[in-house]
Design a protein around this ligand. Structure first.
Ligand SMILES: [Zn+2]
Ligand SMILES: [Zn+2]
Length: 345
């Protein structure tokens, strides 16, 4: 099968083509797993964190990709959950222990044995992958494969972020960065909180325009001040300055949720600008989001289908994965990026 392989970590400035197109054998499903023929795989900022070594795969080579839509080709279980030919989705959570306190309380995303698709196990930048059948999802029929792929990470983690923000209808919400996850959060929040107003911060003018098109009451630069203070904020940027700026805009008792698996260190010096009375006093809170649970993905897929939320996306053939990643890094973004495995360039 064709796969895009990562052999080691790279600085993308030095090597803009870190993934190599190769032929590798089709994997065999172990007991409890199934073989999935991948049709679409979303491109996520976490892949940049893996390539650039901020959350590197524990072994190489690795096949990245954790927003996977495909068709069940083969099951290896005496009690299969999915039938051959069924369409399934696979997200960031590849497995968890199932026994620890976190797993038993529904917080399997915090499990010490959390394993990630496309980092700890081979993911969806390939024509086939295997997955434990208990960690796959039915995809609501309403979605095409390319619409469904970004829902599996960008959407599901956006949903978790919004939930952790404690947002209530009528409150104000700010979003810093406006890529794949944030644009889905805006669509979701508009539906869940019809009396709320939404404010988007982005250094990219095209993202600001896009945010206004999707119904943001205001969109500006990260250093601009919104017309009101914000009860909740979700940061989806890879850097620190937006964190400091967000805290400044938070209303008393407000909460900032950082939706990022890692932050880049290059602008960490902005943290020294933290001024306690301005940024933290008045019971402001900061919370991070880690991974997703299966429950997040299931709930979000149902919610997304009932609204419905259809992510904006751009498609690339598998062999152009490097180009998609580079465009993501350079924030040439309008919505999500999706690799198509079933189409030739
Ligand atoms: Zn992701
Ligand atoms: Zn566990």
């Amino acid at each position: 099968m064709k796969a895009m392989l990562l052999q080691r970590t790279w600085d993308l400035e030095e090597n803009p083509e870190p993934l190599q197109a190769v032929e590798v054998p089709v994997p065999q499903p172990s007991p409890g797993e199934m073989l999935v023929r991948v049709t679409a795989c979303g491109v996520c900022h976490t892949e940049l964190d893996e390539i650039e070594g901020r959350t590197p795969p524990p072994r190489f080579p690795m096949i990245l990709g954790h927003q996977v839509v495909g068709i069940v080709e083969e099951t290896n279980s005496e009690s299969p959950i999915f039938a051959k030919g069924e369409r399934v989705g696979i997200g960031w959570i590849y497995s968890a222990c199932g026994k620890c306190d976190y797993c038993r309380s529904g917080n399997e995303n915090l499990c010490p044995d959390f394993r990630a698709t496309g980092r700890d196990y081979y993911g969806g930048y390939a024509e086939y992958m295997t997955v434990p059948q208990a960690f796959a999802y039915r995809i609501p029929e309403i979605f095409s494969d390319s619409e469904a792929a970004p829902l599996l990470c960008a959407g599901a983690i956006g949903y978790r972020s919004l939930r952790l923000s404690g947002m209530r209808d009528g409150q104000t919400l700010g979003l810093t960065g406006f890529g794949a996850s944030a644009h889905i959060v805006l669509k979701l929040a508009k539906y869940l909180f019809p009396h709320s107003e939404f404010f988007v911060f982005s250094r990219s003018e095209s993202e600001q325009v896009f945010a206004r098109e999707l119904g943001a009451a205001w969109a500006g630069n990260i250093t601009d001040s919104p017309p009101v203070n914000l009860d909740c904020m979700i940061d989806t940027t890879p850097v620190w300055k937006p964190v400091v700026e967000s805290l400044r805009h938070l209303a008393p008792g407000g909460r900032l949720v950082i939706n990022a698996i890692r932050k880049e260190d290059l602008d960490k010096h902005h943290l020294l600008e933290l001024d306690y009375p301005l940024h933290l006093w008045m019971e402001k809170e900061i919370k991070s989001v880690a991974n997703v649970s299966r429950q997040d993905v299931r709930e979000f897929l149902q919610l997304a289908a009932s609204i419905p939320i259809r992510p904006e996306f751009q498609e690339y053939p598998l062999i152009h994965a490097n180009q998609a990643l580079l465009e993501l890094k350079n924030r040439k973004i309008k919505g999500a990026k999706v690799l198509r495995l079933d189409r030739n360039p």
